[in-house]
Design a protein around this ligand. Structure first.
Ligand SMILES: [Zn+2]
Length: 387
């Protein structure tokens, strides 16, 4: 392998490494390989661990778009909060979580520090990103500080904000307008860093213009940095650390600058509920499938994510699950579906199927039992549904 070929292989490997993003369990990526054709993707079970997994994004022009959404990370009711998340957006059951319950009456202080929410100085929930921890800490502080008789209203207002498709649509529109020039410049950078070097293998005379090539690349990098800074500040004004971290990464690793649109889009919907994003981004059938998964999971949760959970934790989890389910139901109507239509029991695939899992729809040839994939959810016999 010649030196030129080795450099191109290194650039290609560096670039491909930028096309993977790490996603925690409980989060989903709305990924479009081309404009407007979104699919819901969860963290890879093969390329992942107990915390999360990798998701591959479109490496080739036109690159597509990706947004990340997280399930609500803890449970709240009017008396207190538990660090257990009530949902699992995976087809498998909820992952093991270590729960912690705190009564609002016992809270003296609450703040975010280094990606973790601290209550009374003790870690309550971790997010891995300081901006996300701050967003959720602010939500929790709003509920905690509300007078007891107004806490239910504050909770409903919080869930209404998380499922507000109007502001979500506005945010996506702002992203599309703000990233237009950035996207064009990213394509130019892709050509400069990857297409032209490969072409130079066949047309060696191109290498004689390496200085001009370098100057144009530096100008392109500066333009990406400027467009990214302006768009990021407009969409995420408070995320200063995240903005500068992304900019420094782009300057030190120019292949990362080709993915600047992903670095911008992945954070802008993180505080919206995934079903709200699905209502905007997915087509009818894809939305119905995802909505069914979400609503069945809320109605038939995978059981016992923390064997040591206390009575208060179970109560707050149950209460928040019902409240979240009620908040999500109106989203079904925005796509023309009713709750009954979305949650309709399946029909047997063949006469040998005697029961089904009410959470994941898997069918079984036994009349009674439990679904191991869903953490032991009891199976429903088909006969019972028919009668
Ligand atoms: Zn199941």
């Amino acid at each position: 392998m010649s030196n030129a070929e080795a450099i191109i292989a290194l650039l290609g490997a560096l670039y491909l490494s930028e096309c993977w993003i790490w996603v925690r369990h409980g989060s989903v990526v709305f990924r479009a390989f081309r404009s407007g054709n979104y699919k819901v993707v969860g963290p890879s079970s093969v390329l992942g661990n107990h915390i999360g997994g990798l998701v591959f994004l479109n490496p080739l022009p036109p690159f597509g778009t990706s947004f990340i959404c997280h399930r609500f990370p803890f449970s709240i009711d009017t008396a207190g909060t538990s660090s257990l998340a009530v949902q699992s957006l995976a087809t498998t059951g909820r992952e093991q979580q270590k729960g912690k319950y705190v009564s609002f009456a016992a809270i003296q202080g609450m703040w975010a520090s280094g990606g973790t929410i601290l209550i009374n100085g003790q870690p309550f929930a971790s997010f891995g990103e300081s901006e996300l921890a701050t967003e959720y800490a602010n939500l929790l502080v709003t509920i905690w500080k509300a007078p007891i008789d107004r806490r239910k209203t504050a909770l409903d207002a919080m869930l209404s904000k998380l499922t507000d498709t109007r502001t979500l649509r506005e945010r996506v529109d702002v992203y599309r307008r703000s990233s237009r020039q950035l996207r064009i410049t990213c394509h130019a950078m892709f050509a400069l860093l990857l297409v032209l070097p490969i072409a130079s293998l066949w047309f060696p005379r191109m290498r004689g213009y390496w200085m001009e090539w370098g100057i144009v690349t530096i100008c392109c990098l500066a333009a990406i940095a400027a467009y990214f800074y302006v768009a990021h500040k407009r969409l995420l004004p408070g995320a200063t650390t995240q903005r500068w971290k992304a900019l420094i990464t782009m300057v030190l690793t120019p292949t990362a600058s080709v993915r600047a649109c992903d670095a911008l889009s992945r954070y802008i919907l993180t505080t919206y509920d995934p079903l709200a994003a699905a209502a905007l981004l997915l087509g009818q059938d894809a939305f119905r499938r995802f909505a069914r998964r979400v609503m069945l999971d809320l109605a038939n949760p995978a059981i016992e994510v923390d064997p040591e959970s206390s009575r208060e934790m179970r109560q707050v989890e149950e209460s928040f699950r019902m409240r979240l389910s009620q908040a999500l139901e109106p989203l079904l109507a925005t796509k023309g579906y009713s709750l009954d239509e979305v949650m309709r029991p399946p029909v047997p695939d063949n006469p040998a199927c005697l029961s089904f899992c009410p959470r994941c729809d898997a069918q079984f040839t036994v009349a009674k039992g439990r679904c191991a994939d869903c953490g032991g959810v009891a199976l429903h016999p088909f006969q019972a549904v028919a009668t």
